[in-house]
Design a protein around this ligand. Structure first.
Ligand SMILES: *Cc1c(COP(=O)(O)O)cnc(C)c1O
Length: 367
């Protein structure tokens, strides 16, 4: 690094390592919670037809008004609430943090959770505090309440269901946190399509609650589109920070088109929920692993017999890419996370997993 760079770039940024996304090559990609399905042929043709009329020489509608209305409808945003859209919910997290980053302001979240809360807190010069989940990955309420009291966080992020653990926190615990917090509570419902529970209807009950969703996990990850909903009081302030043309014309058109066919997306996510159950049953038969309950489109599991890093590599050799966690201690030690794919992809994963486990058991017997 040159002296000039070293001198000018903020220390917190120099200390970071860039977010690493592995190259999938031609592997079966079960690492990133994507929906594996494309659209039916007929729907693709209609979409392409409409694409001809998109004027890429013009700026997009700065507030994406029509798409916002459509999303509010599809996401059941209660009437009287306001929403803004982001370039993925990642951008919405950034907007929230930028708005609340008074000197010394604290971001609080449980641990382990979605890594972008921590990253974006650093980007925006906020202090990040985390509270370990309990051994079942539920909120440790005495510790959470103590942290709220001690740090008085400007914002608390709760992923519901949580990533990477996959579970829902109990509704009562989340309510208690909202009630005890004098800051903002963001319930991040990235996996709403698979969850069966939501805090969206509770927006009217709490003036310090906002709900965030994304279309990424329901089949439109490539479009980069998230929505944040809550009272106009909050959203009007956040909207001031949002860059004027953050949702490009291709995304505005394509998302609106897709949401007009939300029955298709719903069929796909229902299929994934069904296949999650099939996968859970199959994984329950495998003694060398312990899986955790999931209300999302992925399953976290712990390798009980054998080494998770070796297992991960062995799956890769069989062309199956899942997610591993670098920590060798802590709650995710020995854990891997697999996204629910198409039935045949899930089968390929199970087969490769069993093979890898046999190999690692054989190895440990040899030693
Ligand atoms: C995947 C994920 C997101 C990111 O969503 P994008 O809209 O793709 O930026 C946000 N929150 C959680 C908990 C996630 O797992």
């Amino acid at each position: 690094m040159s002296d000039r760079v070293k001198q000018l770039v903020r220390d917190e940024i120099q200390a970071l390592s860039a977010y690493h996304v592995p190259e999938p090559g031609n592997m079966i990609k079960l690492d990133a919670m994507e929906n594996p399905y494309l659209w039916p042929q007929e729907m693709q043709s209609q979409w392409l037809e409409g694409l001809k009329n998109i004027a890429v020489n013009r700026y997009p509608d700065p507030s994406a008004a029509s798409l916002t209305r459509r999303l509010e409808q599809v996401m059941d945003v209660p009437s009287g609430m306001r929403s803004i859209l982001g370039n993925g919910s990642d951008e919405l997290i950034q907007i929230i943090c930028m708005a609340l980053a008074k000197p010394g302001a604290v971001v609080l979240a449980p641990e382990p959770t979605f890594v972008m809360y921590d990253m974006i807190a650093r980007f925006t010069n906020m202090r990040y505090q985390s509270v370990p989940l309990d051994s079942t990955f539920q909120l440790d309420m005495p510790a959470m309440l103590q942290a709220i009291e001690e740090y008085n966080p400007a914002v608390i992020f709760l992923a519901y269901p949580n990533n990477p653990t996959g579970n829902l926190f109990t509704e009562q615990d989340v309510r208690t946190i909202i009630e005890k917090s004098s800051g903002l509570v963001v319930v991040d419902e990235a996996y709403h399509a698979f969850a069966g529970h939501s805090f969206m209807p509770m927006l009217k009950e709490y003036d310090n609650l906002v709900v965030m969703r994304t279309v990424s996990k329901m089949g439109l990850a490539g479009l980069r589109l998230g929505i944040l909903s809550g009272s106009a009081d909050w959203l009007n302030e956040f909207d001031k920070i949002r860059l004027p043309y953050n949702i490009n014309v291709l995304t505005q058109y394509s998302a609106e088109f897709a949401l007009q066919h939300s029955d298709i997306l719903k069929q796909q996510t229902d299929q994934i929920c069904q296949d999650r159950e099939t996968m859970q049953q199959a994984m329950a038969e495998i003694e060398a692993i312990k899986q955790y309950p999931s209300n999302a489109n992925f399953i976290l599991f712990k390798v009980l017999a054998g080494d998770s890093a070796q297992l991960f590599e062995s799956l890769k050799q069989d062309r199956v890419l899942i997610k591993r966690f670098p920590d060798t201690s802590g709650p995710l030690a020995g854990c891997l996370r697999v996204t629910i794919g198409k039935p045949e992809e899930n089968e390929a994963f199970l087969k490769a997993l069993k093979k890898a486990l046999r190999k690692s058991v054989a190895l440990s017997v040899e030693r």
